[in-house]
Design a protein around this ligand. Structure first.
Ligand code: CU
Length: 461
């Protein structure tokens, strides 16, 4: 276990005074990467100000952060909340000490403490950030944002639109209801009731008429598994979980929507309608009916661009696992025998334990427990993810990129990912090269599952 003093020595002492703002009309692009985690209020519902939210400014959603592939990225995060926190950069293959996992890679930040995260993203694509300490509360109250890593070569879209999908659990007066429930945590998780994109209900974004729009969809909700489709839209899926698709995926339809589980992202290339003012809708199947999440509106003199003219995105350089001599490690995800409450130190507990990996609930972030497995640096591995439970679990591994290779329930496609949805009673084999040293958190991204036992870490040494 690392000591608090070591953490404070490695954390930056500088404290940011700069707020976020800038000239972006949506208020979503940060002019600097001085990020102050703070209380916020926002009109999530029309004419009702939701207070007690958490963001990086007082009155706007967490900004879209932008980095460039192969270029150092720096963000100084300062905690302005009374609770502890850390920041995690989901999907980025970064040095372990920048991963933002409390007790495993850094000490949690107390009030007015700062930490400077710096890393050079090797992969272009759509990634995101969120706290990893007091995770349940701070994510449920709003702190989930997009981190876009731009390609070294401009892929040539007319527009680049980010849709950060998430729900809030709000009462009629616009204020938060209880964020989690024992009933939810023991099952699929506690769902929100107000569906948003970038904290707004069914917002509309302009895109060039007849142009090619890149639409990046991020499922940053703590619970909801989205079933997405876009009626009457000509488009193509171009990337999943940050990485350009190696195997094509079909365009989603109302009958056969795209499943995007908490933590996952998808990039679409869309041919915008040529007629000015025409709109396209991103929809989700919710409780048996289609709900509007966001719209794109064609504006301006029409371009004449076609999907067929689009160059494929350059693949990210991910090491290919050698399956023939890959060692297999099995992980069983299931119920937990009722046990002690996890020792999460300063990082919060829900007050109950329901879930386990290899039949042991995670004893807590601050427990000093050893890894679930130790992988040799540079080795090829198969992680056999076996779900003993009747619930689905989006399983996320930090710091490494893997790909599904086989399942007992379905045909899986070998596209690179960091978050794989494990179906009910499924056994899913995923393969990777353990090429990034450190202790990498490995957990369900339904946050109530993570915080009630479905968590652990893998060591690469
Ligand atoms: Cu889960």
């Amino acid at each position: 276990m690392l000591q608090r003093r070591q953490f404070l020595q490695s954390a930056a002492a500088s404290v940011s005074a700069a707020g976020l703002g800038g000239c972006d009309p949506l208020g979503l692009i940060a002019p600097t990467n001085n990020l102050d985690i703070q209380r916020a209020q926002y009109n999530v519902m029309p004419n009702l100000l939701t207070t007690n939210m958490v963001s990086l400014s007082a009155d706007a959603p967490p900004p879209i952060l932008r980095a460039k592939q192969g270029v150092p990225f720096t963000a100084t995060v300062t905690n302005r909340l009374p609770d502890y926190t850390t920041m995690h950069w989901h999907g980025i293959r970064l040095p372990n000490e920048m991963d933002g996992v409390p007790y495993l890679t850094q000490f949690p930040l107390g009030k007015d403490e700062s930490f400077t995260y710096t890393f050079t993203p090797p992969d272009a694509g759509t990634y995101w950030y969120h706290p990893h300490c007091m995770t349940m509360e701070q994510m449920a109250l709003g702190l989930t944002g997009a981190l876009i890593v731009d390609e070294t070569e401009n892929p040539g879209f007319n527009n680049d639109i980010v849709l950060n999908l998430r729900d809030f659990r709000l009462a009629k007066d616009g204020q938060f209801k209880e964020l989690f429930t024992p009933r939810g945590a023991a099952r699929g998780g506690t769902l929100g009731n107000v569906l948003t994109a970038n904290w707004d209900q069914n917002p509309v974004y302009d895109a060039k008429a007849g142009g090619l729009a890149r639409v990046r969809i991020l499922a940053t909700d703590i619970t909801r598994i989205y079933k997405l489709f876009l009626p009457h839209t000509r488009g193509r899926l171009i990337a999943l979980d940050g990485h350009p698709l190696l195997t094509p995926l079909p365009w989603p339809t109302e009958q056969d929507p795209l499943t995007l589980s908490p933590g996952q992202r998808v990039d679409l290339a869309i041919e915008m309608p040529e007629r000015e003012g025409e709109e396209l809708s991103l929809m989700a199947q919710v409780g048996g009916r289609g709900r509007n999440l966001a719209r794109l509106r064609a504006v301006g003199k029409p371009e004449q661009r076609k999907l067929a003219d689009l160059k494929p995105l350059a693949p990210n350089k991910v090491s290919e696992p050698i399956l023939e001599n890959a060692e297999t490690h099995e992980f069983v995800f299931g119920w937990s025998p009722s046990g002690d409450l996890p020792n999460n130190g300063f990082c919060g507990t829900l007050g109950y334990t329901f879930w386990s990996i290899n039949r042991a609930p995670w004893p807590g972030d601050a427990s000093g427990t050893g890894p679930l497995a130790t992988l040799k640096m540079g080795g090829s591995y198969i992680l056999r993810l076996r779900n003993e439970s009747p619930n689905v679990h989006p399983i996320h591994l930090h710091g490494l990129t893997f790909k599904p290779v086989r399942s007992n329930k379905r045909t899986v496609l070998p596209n690179w990912t960091d978050t794989a949805l494990l179906l009910k009673e499924e056994t899913l084999d995923v393969a990777l090269v353990a090429d990034n040293p450190g202790d990498w958190a490995f957990h369900c991204h339904v946050i109530e599952h993570q915080k009630t036992g479905l968590a652990g870490y893998l060591r690469v040494a």
